[in-house]
Each structure stands twice: as C-alpha cells, then as structure tokens.
Ligand binder design. Structure first.
Ligand code: A2P
Length: 336
C-alpha cells in the first residue's frame, strides 16, 4: 500500500459525502489528513472522522493546497467550477458527478471491471452513475464469459439518488400522507410517497431521460463495448437508499441460469442471492449498507427459442457501490 494520503471530501455534508468518510474509515484507507468541504451554508459545522471532530470549511479555489486526492460529490456545476483549481494544485479529482464522465481524457472506472483505466488519468477520474455501477458490476462477469450483445433494463431507484434532501422528502411526504396532511413536492419531479414515477433527470430529444442514456453511454465506455445494445427505463420508487434493477440480457453464446449462478458466485463485488423457494432474492432493504450488489431471480428468458437469453434482478446500495464505495475503491487503486 502507498503512503498515507491527504484527502479532501467535497460535498462532505451530503448523503454521498458522509458515506465517503465512513467508507474511508471502514476500509482503513491510509489518511494522513482530511479536509471536509461544502457550501458556505455548512461552514463551521462539525462532522466526525475516526472519532475526531472536524470542522467543515467552505469550498474555495484555494481548498486543494497540499491535497493528494479530492473526492467530489457536490453536483456537476460544483465539479465543473472547481476541477481546474483541484487539478492545478496537483490533487487527483475523483468525481461522482456526470460532468466529465464521457470525456476521452477522463477514465470512467468501476474497479472490478476496468481498474487499469484509472492509472491513465490526467488529473480527473470519473465515478459512474449509480444505476450503471450497480448493473455493470453484476453484468460484467457474465459479459466476460459469454458476451452480452443486448441489454434491456428497468430500474427501481431509491430517493437517495436525489441526495439527502430527496431522502428527507420521502420521509416527510410519507408522514404527511399517514397523518392526513397536504403534501409538498420540493426536491423530486413528482410526489414520491405511495407513488413512483418514470422521470429521473431531464428528457432528451429521443424520448429517453438523461439518466437512462447514462446507462447506455457509460456502460459501453466502462466495459470497452462500444457495440453493446442497451435500452433502459429509469423509475423513482419510494425506497430510501438502495436501487434495484430488472435486467434482460441477450448473449452471443448460450448460457444457462446454473452457469450464470456459478459465474456470479465467483465474481468480485456481487453476492448470489437466488433461492426463491426460500423467499431469497435481492431486495433494497437487504442491499442497504452492503458493499456487494445482490444478484438473483436468474432465469432463462422464455421469450426466446434458444439459450442465449437471461433475466435477473439486482439490488445495490446507491450510496455505496452506486457512489461512495466505488469512489473510495478508485482511491485505493491510486494508492496501490
Ligand atoms: P451544503 O450541505 O453546504 O449544501 P446532497 O447530494 O446530499 O444534496 O449533498 C450535496 C453536497 O454538495 C452537500 O454537501 C452540499 O453542501 C454540497 N454543495 C452543494 N452546492 C455546493 C457548492 N456550491 N459549493 C460547495 N458545496 C456544495
């Protein structure tokens, strides 16, 4: 392991930022010093890291002096505004926003898939979209073995994807409904309590949302599979923090559910969770706080005459594999 690093967490007071600190601590990442950065609103607030109280500072262009690695999760506009100051000061930026993900000069990395890409960085490494990370870590081992030609996904995305305020909105709205009070929609596109809606991020000209297109663009880049055909419908559901996805895959080669289960069982970042007779299958409440993505309901696609199709269901913690854990795993690659 390399020498201890000075770390900055940008967006430390947010849902992902807090998980980044906890993940650094839990995985024993060698931290020589940590700087917690957020907006002026949070300056002076105290947060704990390894039992020590650390004062949150306002993010400024001078925040990165002496920093080795900066973990950013404060939205795309903050990443865009501060990337230059971060990189110019010599820090490596690991960015959770979508701002730089598709630039040729920026590696987009899921350590279980393309760790080696991280080492080709020019100052910025991008962390993928949460649904993409959760899907890709489960699909990649099957792709490596039997080559996925086409993937159709439907997602069931938790409120955490919209940040701490969206999580609070789900709680507040649910309470309001149960107490017979009127509901306020402030953060998310629609009411989320006792509802769901197929609208995450903005709509594009082709009728898909940007969230759905991220799944297409990012998966191809991460897996180095420019020809993989992908379609996705992204849905926000009233779940607090773990995303689930229903995945239909068409393979170049035949694959049975038994083979797929054996591959998943021996692959990193995933846990086979597939015993329907015992009511064992992935669910967001079981994936919450877990590093591994749960994979189950694996079955042959009965809409086909051959054995080239599989269906499966996955659940993964949006704040961990979908964000903070993946970012810390990238930092670990830099520190090898
Ligand atoms: P703050 O708490 O001061 O608003 P979430 O995704 O959970 O909503 O969190 C977003 C994170 O990004 C928070 O830590 C938030 O800080 C931070 N943030 C938002 N806008 C800025 C900004 N302009 N400069 C620095 N940090 C920001």
């Amino acid at each position: 392991m390399g020498r201890a690093k000075s770390i900055a967490v940008v967006g430390a007071t947010g849902a992902v930022g807090l998980e980044m600190m906890e993940t650094l601590e839990k995985r024993n990442f060698p931290v020589s010093s940590i700087k917690l950065l957020a907006s002026a609103r949070s300056a002076g607030k105290k947060l704990k890291f390894k039992g020590e109280e650390i004062t949150v500072e306002e993010l400024t262009k001078d925040s990165f002096k002496g920093i080795d690695i900066a973990l950013f999760s404060a939205g795309g506009s903050t990443s865009e505004a501060y990337a230059k100051f971060c990189v110019d000061s010599g820090a490596v930026m690991i960015d959770n926003s979508s701002a730089f993900r598709m630039l040729d000069t920026v590696p987009l990395v899921i350590p279980e898939i393309n760790a080696e890409d991280a080492l080709k960085h020019q100052g910025i490494i991008a962390n993928p979209n949460c649904t993409t990370a959760i899907m890709a870590v489960a699909v990649y081992p099957l792709h490596k073995a039997k080559k996925v030609k086409r993937l159709v996904a439907a997602t069931y995305q938790a409120a955490s994807g919209g940040g701490a305020k969206a999580m609070q909105e789900l709680i507040d709205q649910s309470r309001a409904v149960l107490e017979g009070r009127s509901i306020e929609v402030k953060v998310m596109a629609q009411r989320i309590a006792f509802n769901l809606f197929p609208h995450i991020d903005v709509f594009k000209e082709n009728g898909y949302t940007k969230e759905e297109m991220k799944m297409v663009w990012e998966t191809r880049k991460i897996m180095h599979a420019p020809d993989m055909r992908i379609s996705c419908t992204s849905v926000r559901v009233p779940v607090l923090r773990a995303h689930s996805e229903s995945l239909n895959m068409e393979f170049e080669n035949e694959i049975t559910p038994e083979e797929a289960r054996a591959i998943i069982s021996s692959s990193p970042g995933v846990e086979l969770c597939d015993n329907p007779a015992e009511k064992v299958y992935p669910m967001p409440i079981n994936a919450t706080h877990k590093y591994d993505v749960l994979v189950g309901r694996i079955r042959q696609d009965i809409s086909r005459d051959d054995k080239r199709g599989l269906e499966m269901f996955v659940s993964g913690d949006q704040l961990l594999k979908g964000a903070a854990l993946n970012a810390v795993q990238i930092a670990e690659i830099l520190n090898r």
